[in-house]
Design a protein around this ligand. Structure first.
Ligand code: AMP
Length: 194
């Protein structure tokens, strides 16, 4: 029985870092939509070029492009069957509905919302030195997170899938909180399932 965990949280909440820690712990594949775009950019694909402008400005890449990239990632049914830790997708309700379609009904086990105060997030993002981490793009990403992505927290809460984890603190500490949330909610645990 594979495990399907989705990691949510605003920009700079630590999703990538925490997803990696979970992946190592549980041996699940990590799928991050931002990484899929950065990979397309590196390979200089048309899709990468298309996404770049949006990414540089801190805008959301349009839903149809995002969904196409994620669908491509899961084109082989075996990629779905292995379970995953998904991060950075979905970011809009349209994407959330697309994900339900890609996975089939009732597949998601748990959605973890990593909560971090806004001033901490801005500090973290500015320290990270990624190409799209300038003050303007950060502000735009925070704005879009509030208006487009945060409503998904309720979307998943209503479906009984949500666990909120305090993302403020050092990596190990947050990781322990994530494991506690997973232990509380998933029976059998991801390790026992695999
Ligand atoms: P991330 O690595 O998750 O911070 O994503 C980097 C950038 O890629 C974001 O600022 C968006 O421009 C774009 N992006 C990644 N995932 C999505 C998504 N699910 N929907 C729209 N845009 C996305």
């Amino acid at each position: 029985m594979p495990t399907y965990i989705l990691l949510m949280g605003g920009p700079g909440a630590g999703k990538g870092t925490q997803a990696e820690a979970l992946v190592q712990r549980y041996g699940l594949p990590q799928v991050a939509s931002g990484d899929l775009f950065r990979d397309n950019l590196k390979r200089e694909t048309e899709l990468g070029q298309l996404a770049k402008g949006f990414m540089d400005r801190g805008e959301l890449v349009p839903d149809d492009i995002v969904v196409a990239v994620v669908e491509e990632r899961f084109a082989n049914p075996r990629e779905v069957e292995s379970g995953f830790v998904l991060d950075g997708f979905p970011r809009t309700e349209t994407q959330a509905e697309a994900l339900f379609k890609i996975l089939g009904p009732n597949r998601l086990d748990l959605v973890i919302d990593l909560e971090v105060p806004r001033d901490v997030v801005v500090e973290r993002l500015l320290a990270r030195n990624r190409e799209d981490d300038n003050e303007e793009s950060i502000n735009r990403r925070l704005e879009l997170y509030e208006s487009e992505t945060k409503p998904l927290v309720d979307f998943y809460r209503e479906r009984g899938l949500l666990a909120t984890v305090d993302g403020y603190g050092d990596e190990q500490e947050v990781h322990r909180r994530m494991l506690a949330a997973i232990g509380e909610r998933l029976d059998p645990s991801p390790v026992e399932r695999s």
